[in-house]
Ligand binder design. Structure first.
Ligand SMILES: *Cc1c(COP(=O)(O)O)cnc(C)c1O
Length: 388
């Protein structure tokens, strides 16, 4: 089983498992409760907050994809992160998180730390000195997010895990941007993988969800206990929908990647494009680490628009096949202006420190025909440049 490739695991898990009607695709179980076969005979599922067949099947598919031992599906990616820190941290415990982590993760950890629930330190994990100093404080947990958003910075997972384990910290990798098709953090030494399944895992921009995947059964049990205790678990319908989206993960990631490579080629040749941020580019600071730990470069990329700000607005407004929207990883292509959208809450100083300029645009390359996507970019650049 474990030698199967991701595309096969994603498609086959649970197929033909229905013993009642032999449905090829497993049915959806919306019932909130399940009968006890006999007095005192506790069934596998009794109440949906604690367990449900559709959620269970999605969990199994995801932990097999990540080569883990267990998983807990939550109602969103943020609650997966919240479940993880709730399970493992007390008031005296420290978590070390990336300085450029997802905005919602920053807000969650910061707010809960201010309430005294635990301590948090945000550090640049690609700075060996800063990382070493943070680890000297003996954190209980370390969160890695690679590639980061929106500048797709890359962190060496194996290296950070080794250093963190020397001080007995447990490490989770937020693998939302690459999925197990392109990156397997547990194989690189991590103890947990976290996803916002809202993005590539579901892949169709129509379900919010999350997951914590564990390397050990013991950690999975602890997380499942807390997931039930605080009511963080996902619904049967969302689990069914997410597994339906996940079925095509292998095929989707391939096309996302191929189209991104062609769009990068096009952008490189365009005079109105400044610095491009993508780990596939040899000049990207994380290029060598990406080659070492990733089996694909992913389809999130950013670039500096090299015209004036009015031209940038015309460009974005003229695009017909890139929707101006937040989020990422769906079949539809998106464009985002991080400074006024996903990262606007950071404020000007923090934006500047993170390298997010007003000229920065982020693309989530979708599954439309890539020639159509390039033609769309081309007509929008033309229109923008007609202005002065
Ligand atoms: C979207 C996202 C999250 C949060 O997930 P939600 O499903 O929106 O709660 C966490 N990490 C990363 C990297 C994300 O992109």
């Amino acid at each position: 089983m474990s030698t199967r490739k991701p595309a096969t695991i994603a498609v086959r898990t649970g197929i033909e498992s229905d013993t009642q009607h032999h449905a090829v695709v497993p049915p959806i179980y919306l019932s909130t409760n399940y009968g006890f076969p006999a007095f005192g005979d506790v069934p596998k599922y009794d109440y949906t907050r604690s367990g449900n067949p559709n959620r269970g099947l999605l969990e199994q598919t995801l932990y097999e994809l990540e080569s883990g031992k267990g998983a807990i599906i939550t109602n969103c990616g943020t609650s997966a992160l919240n479940l993880w820190v709730t399970t493992f941290l007390g008031p005296d415990d420290l978590i070390v998180a990336p300085h450029d982590c997802y905005g919602g993760t920053y807000r969650l950890f910061n707010t809960r730390a201010q309430k005294g629930d635990f301590k948090v330190l945000f550090v640049d994990q690609s700075d060996p000195q800063a990382l070493a100093e943070a680890l000297e404080k003996k954190p209980k947990l370390v969160l890695i997010e690679t590639p980061s958003n929106p500048l797709v910075r890359v962190v060496d997972i194996e290296d950070v895990c080794q250093q963190a384990h020397q001080v007995d910290a447990l490490v989770a990798v937020d693998n939302t941007f690459l999925t197990p098709v392109f990156q397997k953090p547990l194989d690189l030494g991590a103890d947990f993988v976290i996803h916002s399944t809202t993005k590539y895992i579901n892949g169709h921009s129509d379900v919010i969800g999350g997951v914590v995947i564990t390397k050990s059964e013991q950690h999975a049990e602890e997380l499942a206990w807390w997931g039930n205790c605080i009511g963080a678990t996902g619904t049967p319908f969302d689990s069914y929908m997410t597994l339906r989206g996940l079925r095509t993960l292998g095929a989707r990631m391939k096309v996302h990647e191929e189209s991104s490579a062609q769009i990068l080629q096009y952008l490189k040749s365009h005079a109105t494009v400044g610095t491009i941020y993508h780990p596939s580019l040899p000049e990207h600071p994380g290029h060598q680490i990406a080659i070492k730990q990733q089996s694909g470069f992913g389809s999130m990329l950013s670039f500096e628009f090299a015209g004036n700000f009015e031209q940038l607005k015309t460009f974005v407004g003229a695009l017909k096949l890139f929707s101006l929207a937040e989020s990422l990883g769906g079949v539809e292509s998106l464009i985002c202006h991080p400074a006024s959208m996903t990262h606007r809450a950071m404020g000007e100083t923090a934006l500047a420190a993170a390298g997010v300029t007003q000229q920065l645009l982020r693309l989530s390359v979708g599954l439309e025909d890539v020639q159509d996507l390039i033609a769309d970019l081309e007509q929008a650049f033309k229109l923008a440049l007609e202005e002065n």
